[in-house]
Every structure is written in C-alpha cells, then in structure tokens.
Design a protein around this ligand. Structure first.
Ligand SMILES: Nc1nc2c(ncn2[C@@H]2O[C@H](COP(=O)(O)OP(=O)(O)OP(=O)(O)O)[C@@H](O)[C@H]2O)c(=O)[nH]1
Ligand SMILES: [Mg+2]
Length: 313
C-alpha cells in the first residue's frame, strides 16, 4: 500500500496550494472552501536519480516512481480531521505569506484542534464500547476501563503522547502521528511560487530554481527522515519501479508492498545493490560476478536494494 500523508491547516493557510504543488492535481484554490469544501486526493511522485539509471541499464519500457498519496482536508473540526486517522503522517501547513502571519501560533492552534478531535474520538469510542460491554466480553470491558482512564487523562490537560501504557489498538489517534510543520511563504516553502513552477516542464522548473530543492523534494525528504523510510527497486524490462518501505522492514514486507499475492506466494528473493546492477550493465552480468544474493522472507531490506521476488500463486 502506498504511503499516505494528510494535509491540515487553518482556513486559507494554503493547504490546497501546497497540495497542488505536490501532486500537480490542479484543485481549485482560494475559494475559502472551509468545511463545505471537497476533500482532495492526489499522488505525489518521489524523485530518485537511481531509478533513471536503473531504467537505462535494464532498458525499461516503463519507469514508475515511488508514490505518496496526499489527502487535502478542507477545514478543521473533529469530523473532517477524522478522515485522517489512517494516514502515515500529517503535514501541518502554516500560513506565512501575509503581513499578520504567525506560523508558531497557528501550529499551536492546530495541535490543539487535533487534540480536541482525539478527545472527541476517545469519548465516542468509549460510548460505543460501553454499549458493547453489556454483552459481557472481557476484552471489551478491559478497553472500556482503559478508555475511561484515558479520557480522564486528556481532561486533566495531558495529551496522548504522554500516556504511559499501550493505547487501544484500534484507536488510530491523530496526535501520536508524525507531524511535519510546513511554513507556506517566502521564508518556508513558497506555495504560490511552487504552484507556478508546477505548471512548467521539469527542465524549465529546474532552471528557474537554480539548484535549490523543489518544495516536493524538500517535503519528501522531511517525510523520509521523519518516518525513517528507505527506497527499494524492481528493475525489469517491462517496468522499472521504485517503492518505499520503513527502515528495518523485511523481504516479505517488501513483497506485500508490491502485491499481497506476491507476499502470500513468496519463495525467495534475489537481491542486487542498485549501483552494482548499474555498473554491471545487466542482471546476468551482476549474477555472473557474484553480486546477486539469494535471500529469504526475513532479510532486512537496505536502501537501494534491487529485488527480484520469486513467488508462486
Ligand atoms: N502570496 C501568497 N498567496 C498564497 C500562498 N499560498 C496560498 N496563497 C493564496 O491564499 C489563498 C488560499 O489558498 P488555499 O491554498 O486555497 O488555502 P487553503 O488552506 O486550502 O484554504 P481552505 O481550504 O479554504 O481552508 C489563495 O488565494 C492562494 O492563492 C503563498 O505562498 N503566497
Ligand atoms: Mg483548500
């Protein structure tokens, strides 16, 4: 499953502008859509120089970058923020382009809104579990007791991050997710400028930037660092493709990222370092030089590994 990030921000902070710059989706901005607006979903591609080199090496007909799903939620409020419970990370867009901008204050406000949404969510789940507990299920009763203490903990002014015990597994809180603050304006990521650049070709935009990283590149970098992500590749003639994985994940999890059937039928996987493959010129030559290893399900994937997973269906 692709990595997913949600964008939050106060009204008019530039969420949709940043969303468009990341995904080139061309959603309508500046409508102050607020809570009545539509949720936007798009895909941001992860630029990776290694991918292109691999594609040339294996003469790939199709090249597919790793992708990050991006969700732009219109406005705040518990119900809307609730749409973000499944995302891997949250981008907090802070308006920094107007004369009275105060990104630090906006970040505090946003964090408070996320906390209020979580408190609401805990309370609703508690009510639901209390009804279910009447059937006498021991696990449900235990969760009710935990949720009661958790709600008291929050109402004392604490947050979920300082809760000392494991949280109920299906709670999916917002405030324990990785939060990446992103100032939208000349001193941060300039959304208005990025949007203009997004309409140019890659080469033209590159020229315009004079070597400075693109907003997308910077956001992706911060995301990779915050979530401790790595890239691995599949390099075939039909398609050469980059994928993301969390550091420490194994071959079976890499297989699952590609397709659940491949994970289910996993037999073993051939691994070559991307630069070994590029230097060798082909899979065959890399194998001949002894640069290809055979690994099992528990092999921990390294950043830059090229995988060929053998599986049966
Ligand atoms: N000057 C300047 N204007 C910006 C920038 N980013 C956004 N704007 C303008 O601010 C207005 C709001 O931008 P949006 O991207 O729609 O903001 P939003 O957070 O999605 O707004 P809502 O969804 O309505 O809450 C638009 O008129 C944008 O053109 C920026 O970096 N600089
Ligand atoms: Mg918007």
């Amino acid at each position: 499953m692709a990595l997913e990030v949600g964008i939050v921000g106060l009204p008019g902070a530039g969420k949709t502008t940043i969303f468009n710059a990341l995904t080139k989706a061309g959603a309508e901005v500046g409508t102050y859509a607020g809570a009545s607006g539509k949720e936007h979903i798009g895909v941001a591609e992860v630029a990776d120089e290694r991918l292109q080199q691999l594609a040339v090496t294996v003469k790939a007909k199709k090249v597919t970058k790793a992708a990050i799903r991006v969700v732009d939620v219109p406005g705040t409020g518990p119900a809307l923020l609730g749409n973000l419970r499944q995302v891997d990370a949250i981008l907090a867009v802070l308006g920094g382009f107007s004369a009275d901008a105060d990104p630090a204050r906006d970040l505090e406000t946003l964090e408070l809104e996320l906390l209020v949404a979580d408190r609401d969510h805990v309370e609703h789940r508690l009510e639901r579990m209390q009804k279910q507990a009447k059937s006498g299920d021991a696990a449900v009763k235990k969760e009710v007791a935990t949720l009661e203490r958790l709600l008291a903990h929050l109402d004392e002014g604490n947050n979920l991050r300082d809760w000392p015990e494991p949280l109920p597994p299906e709670l999916d809180p917002l405030t324990t997710k990785t939060l990446i603050p992103l100032e939208n304006g000349p001193s941060g990521i300039d959304g208005a400028l990025e949007l203009e650049l997004a309409e140019l070709s890659d080469e033209e935009a590159e020229e315009f930037r004079e070597g400075k990283p693109s907003a997308l590149g910077e956001v992706v970098q911060r995301l990779f660092a915050a979530l401790d992500l790595i890239c691995f590749f599949t390099a075939g003639e039909k398609e050469t493709r980059a994928w993301t994985l969390r550091r420490g994940e194994t071959a079976i999890e890499a297989a699952g990222t590609i397709h659940s059937d491949i994970a289910r039928g996993f037999i073993r996987c051939e691994v070559i370092r991307w630069d070994d493959l590029v230097a060798s010129g082909s899979h065959t030559e890399a194998a001949r030089k002894g640069l290809q290893r055979l690994e099992g399900k528990t092999y921990v994937i390294a950043d830059g590994d090229v995988l060929n997973i053998r599986f049966n269906v």
